[in-house]
Design a protein around this ligand. Structure first.
Ligand code: ADP
Ligand code: ADP
Ligand code: MG
Length: 681
């Protein structure tokens, strides 16, 4: 076994690999850029080597610099994580030349599978069913149009070197094909340094279901079940689960066998993932093979109890697989939610800045596969597990240089419903402040009836949130629970205030017991009756709700028991009440005396300023180009300009038909949030 390995990556995946290596008694070397000098992976590793400036191109994906670190540290093997150099065959060759083991597949397998066009051809030869399309290169927009009309709309325009949902556009007609070809091509060039484009049929409303494979160097190949990753935004996975609520045993075995056959056709070794899209009749089509550890691998670990990183390390060290296909059993259900630094209320645009607060839910369930280790505890027999893979810490910075993923929050339970409910609570408990994040959106998805029923497809987000996400309105009975909780908490805070102000005697009596709680346009007049364990809230309509908790003023998280079921609230202060967040809702909750409530009802509502005639920059970024001119009439959905942020080109489009009155910026300008890009008549 290796004595020392280097992890050529950063963030959560570097931390995750370090944990398993440590458990195996292997020393670890981290590499880091300028921006990551104090990153978590650097602090967790036994040694760290600085490899260059912050941009990944000058550090994490610079082969020479990583090789230098390998030499300097004397590492015997390198784990590449995902992204960066993980699917770069020049890197695996460079390691081979210096006799350092690559904890991943052989160079040949990376080369054949790393390219989408080549891999489709190999899959076809191995009798794996593939998405129909054109498997050649496309030179220009005219050729793209002629090929697209040959395949039949809709089509998917893809970068052959693509990954991470980048360099990919759907087109429904000629114009979209032209626009899509250009933008795929420039995005592919910027992200992968390779602008080769191909086109295939766009399968409407498919599911994305992928198979985890594991192969050793002795010809043994296994599949570790599937992951369903249909909840995607911009072809980028957001929620994943294992198993899939859609597959039956027969389809699972057929997909698993094809996946292993494909892996063996290219002499695969290590962990890998074969991605398929699956239509409503359970026909499945090969999409691509990812020749690395996948972001969403934890859900497979949670249902199989197999540590994939450990297996990768063992295989790279020349061991053979110690178990066979029949030893692989799927148990219970696991869900992963990707917590991203992106603003769900502003079209999910990336957000950067300091994490002034970072409080993930506690990982739970003794002994099971949390971030490392096999299942040993009782989680498989009825409990719930929470696992959070992360690479950030409170006070740390989410920078423009890297991926905006903050954490991968996973839950496990015996049933899908159990895992979903555990996830709802875990999201409620997750505290992130200082930057915009998608926690409210994830909560909304976990409560979405279609998600809950398992009736999902890759179109789920655009179908369920066609106008984007503008928060959650909770059902009346949920609001009542929140009103009860707010009244009980308010009473605690009032008693505290009364004491602090010196009126020590009889404090409980000075705090009134009749309140009106206003939340999300609803008003709940109620009476508080408190005892030593909590409070009973008597509502005007005769209902009583019981609230118990250990909340104290100043606590930012309230764990309450409301009529016997848990309610977790993120608590902030506002004059006369609280800002409460739960289940994706962000609410200003006022707790007032009946007289105050009466007066408030008479106050005019303050109107926010009108920004409907302005195009505001939704995130800090760089103007790439302006697509319109002053005086031009633009149609709804027409591209207005392109802003680059976090290496993604974001096209800002007209929300309605209008005429451009003024343009305030030009290509190359860097913008802050809310800078006015242009004004309309
Ligand atoms: P990447 O390398 O970026 O992961 P993939 O080829 O795996 O690219 O595609 C990413 C996602 O895009 C898929 O999970 C699926 O949702 C969608 N997708 C890709 N190709 C098609 C297609 N031909 N039809 C429908 N959806 C597709
Ligand atoms: P004490 O030591 O007098 O209990 P506290 O400040 O802990 O002082 O609470 C004052 C009163 O507020 C308690 O007697 C109880 O009725 C009520 N109370 C305390 N905590 C909560 C809570 N988390 N939720 C609802 N009511 C509470
Ligand atoms: Mg993919």
């Amino acid at each position: 076994m290796f004595r020392k390995i280097l992890i050529a990556n950063r963030g959560e995946i570097a931390c995750r690999v370090i944990k398993t290596a440590r458990r195996m008694g292997i020393a670890t070397v981290a590499v880091h850029s300028d921006a990551d000098a104090r990153a978590l992976h650097v602090r967790m590793a036994d040694e760290a080597v600085h490899i260059g400036p912050s941009p990944a191109i000058e550090s994490y994906i610079c082969i020479d610099r990583v090789m230098d670190a390998v030499r300097r540290s004397g590492a015997e093997a390198v784990h590449p994580g995902y992204g960066f150099l993980s699917e770069n065959s020049r890197f695996s060759k460079a390691l081979e030349k210096e006799d350092v083991a690559f904890i991943g597949p052989p160079t040949g397998a990376i080369e054949s599978m790393g390219d989408k066009i080549t891999s489709k051809k190999i899959a076809q030869d191995a009798n794996v069913s593939i998405v129909p399309g054109y498997m050649g290169l496309i030179e220009d927009a005219d050729e793209a149009v002629s090929i697209a009309s040959g395949i039949g709309y809709p089509v998917m325009i893809k970068a052959s070197a693509g990954g991470g949902g980048k360099g990919m556009r759907i087109a429904w007609d000629e114009d979209q094909t032209r626009e899509g070809f250009q933008s795929s091509r420039s995005e592919a060039a910027a992200s992968f340094g390779d602008n080769r484009i191909f086109i295939e049929k766009f399968i409407t409303r498919p599911r994305h279901i992928e198979i985890q494979v594991l192969c050793d160097s002795f010809g043994n190949g296994l599949y570790l079940g599937e992951r369903e990753c249909s909840i995607q935004r911009r072809n980028q996975k957001v929620v994943e689960e294992a198993p899939s609520p859609f597959l039956d045993g027969k389809t699972r075995a057929a997909m698993g066998e094809q996946a292993v056959a494909l892996a063996q056709a290219v002499g695969y070794r290590s962990a890998g993932t074969v991605e398929f899209i699956v239509d409503g009749d359970r026909n499945f089509y090969f999409l691509e093979m990812n020749t690395r550890l996948q972001v969403e691998h934890p859900v497979t670990e949670l249902v199989t109890g197999i540590d994939l990183v450990e297996q990768m390390i063992r295989i790279a060290a020349g061991e053979s697989l110690s178990f066979s296909q029949s030893d692989v059993t799927l148990s219970g259900w696991a869900i992963e939610n990707r917590v991203y630094a992106e603003d769900p209320y502003r079209g999910f645009l990336p957000s950067i800045g300091r994490l002034t607060r970072y409080g993930p839910p506690e990982e739970s369930s003794a002994g099971p596969l949390l971030s490392n280790g096999r299942w040993e505890g009782s989680a498989r027999t009825g409990e719930v597990a929470v696992r959070n893979d992360t690479g950030v810490y409170q006070g740390g910075e989410i920078s423009v240089h890297y991926d905006p993923m903050i954490a991968k929050l996973c839950t496990w339970a015996n049933t899908r419903d159990g895992a979903v409910e555990a996830m709802r609570l875990a999201l409620d408990r997750f505290e992130i402040e200082g930057i915009a994040h998608n926690l409210p959106f994830l909560s909304a998805v976990m409560d979405n009836p279609r998600f809950v029923s398992g009736d999902i497809s890759t179109a789920f987000i655009e179908e369920e949130y066609p106008d984007g996400f503008d928060g959650v309105s909770l059902a009346a009975d949920e609001l009542r629970r929140i009103a009860a909780a707010a009244a009980a908490m308010y009473r605690v805070a009032e008693i505290r205030r009364t004491r602090v102000s010196g009126r020590m005697d009889n404090h409980e009596r000075r705090v009134g017991s009749d309140w009106v709680v206003s939340v999300q346009e609803k008003r709940f007049p109620l009476r508080v009756e408190a005892d030593h364990d909590g409070a009973s809230l008597h509502f005007e309509d005769g209902n009583t709700v019981r609230v118990e908790s250990g909340w104290k003023p100043g606590d930012t998280l309230a764990e309450l028991d409301v009529d016997g079921t848990p309610l977790v609230l993120k608590v902030g202060k506002v004059p006369g009440g609280f800002r409460l967040r739960t289940r994706g809702a962000d609410m200003k909750v006022l707790v007032q005396t009946p007289r105050q409530a009466e007066l408030t009802a008479l106050m005019p509502v303050k109107q926010p300023p009108d920004t409907s005639k302005l195009l505001l920059c939704p995130m800090p970024g760089l103007v790439v180009k302006i697509d319109v001119e002053v005086g031009q009439e633009v149609q709804e959905g027409q591209a207005l300009c392109t802003v680059e942020a976090m290496k993604m080109e974001n096209t800002l489009r007209a929300e309605k038909k209008c005429v451009v009155r003024r343009i305030n910026v030009g290509a190359g300008d860097s913008l802050a949030v809310d800078d006015v890009i242009m004004e309309f008549e």
